[in-house]
Design a protein around this ligand. Structure first.
Ligand code: ACO
Length: 321
């Protein structure tokens, strides 16, 4: 049995905030943000928008494009670091309710910016037991957990959700191989307090993200490069066989540094960080959906998705489209 992505969708907030708007209240500039990150703008969720509402919008589009009815879904796996509620109910249950997936199981998965890669492999594995279609979502409203007074971090993030529908098929290709990795010894490099470990920091909404940017940068480049090489080696492929690398969109300079290490051109990487910034678990499915809409993906293309983030976590998925 092969598992294919048969539909994609996006949920992005209406409000676009360009760098210049941030510079009105923060000691920063469009020039600094663009030159250090590649980011020009981000979407920021309004009062009526949340991880679950953006995820639901993305899910509805993905299901419609796949031609799958909500009641036919077997499982919903939603990757997020910013669930609507502190612990429960899960965001996946809110999506399940709102789309009417009355026959599906649903749960959230936490792997920070690598969440979509983890969710994709989890859903694929579950489909080996129950081959009904699966809905996989990466969704975050990072702007609700950043410290808006910390120019080192707040300029990096945006809000958004991407969704894909997975369907079992005899057609060759699909999700071919995955690597999931973690190294908790680096957990202090990227932290959002507010859990039971730090009750003094209050409920999670009051805590803010803290990041050691340089350490995360160095980890990301190494993890990115190693994941691509390992997946290709396992599948007995070379970089020449790969049409697109679709990376987590954290910083254009991480992608450029990896391109140099892999000795390939930037034209082999799909990049949309300039307009959406880092939407954490959302970046990879949002990129896939944009690529479909731009007709950049064709049947038979080999692509590699790569994620990296807090945990530390990292991983990749090789797909024959
Ligand atoms: N505007 C203006 N100046 C700034 C800004 C800003 N927004 N942010 C930092 N600076 C200043 C710093 O204060 C510093 O000033 P100083 O020299 O006077 O002290 C100077 O710019 C350089 O700062 P650095 O931290 O050295 O800048 P660097 O080039 O390393 O870029 C960055 C920082 C963009 C954070 C980079 O390290 C990075 O991208 N790291 C990876 C982040 C990442 O990938 N996160 C993803 C994971 S998120 C997740 O998993 C949930």
């Amino acid at each position: 049995m092969n598992v294919h992505i048969t539909g994609t969708g996006s949920g992005i907030p209406a409000r676009l905030v360009a760098n210049g708007e941030l510079a009105k209240t923060l000691d920063t500039s469009d020039e600094w943000i663009v030159s250090h990150t590649g980011i020009r703008a981000r979407r920021i969720a309004g009062p009526d928008e949340s991880t679950a509402t953006l995820a639901t919008a993305a899910a509805r589009t993905a299901l419609a494009r796949a031609g799958v009815k909500p009641e036919d879904l077997g499982i919903i796996v939603l990757a997020t670091s910013t669930p609507d509620y502190g612990a429960f109910p899960s965001c996946a249950c809110l999506v399940q309710r709102d789309i009417g997936a009355v026959n599906a199981g649903a749960f959230d998965l936490f792997a920070a910016c690598t969440g979509f890669i983890y969710a994709l492999e989890t859903a694929r594995s579950l489909m080996l037991r129950d081959p009904r279609p699966a809905l996989v979502i990466g969704a975050d409203v990072m702007t609700r957990i950043v410290d808006w007074k910390d120019r080192n971090t707040c300029v990096l993030f945006g809000d958004g959700a991407g969704a894909v529908v997975l369907q079992a098929s005899d057609r060759p290709g699909g999700l071919r191989d995955s690597i999931l990795r973690a190294d908790g010894t680096g957990s202090q490099h990227l932290v959002h307090e507010g859990g039971c470990r730090t009750p003094e920091s209050g409920p999670w909404q009051k805590a803010t993200l803290q990041m050691q940017g340089r350490q995360v940068f160095n980890f990301a480049v190494k993890a990115f490069d190693e994941t691509v090489r390992a997946l290709l080696a396992r599948e007995k492929l070379t970089l020449d066989d790969v049409r697109w690398i679709v990376p987590h969109q954290a910083n254009i300079r991480i992608i450029e540094a990896t391109a140099r290490r892999l000795d390939i051109g930037m034209d082999r990487f799909y990049v949309n960080i300039d307009e959406l910034a880092n939407t954490s678990a959302g970046t990879i499915p949002l990129a896939l959906d944009q690529m479909i809409r731009e007709e950049k993906l064709h049947s038979g293309d080999t692509i590699v998705l790569v994620g990296f983030g807090a945990g530390l976590t990292w991983g990749g998925t090789l797909i024959k489209w």
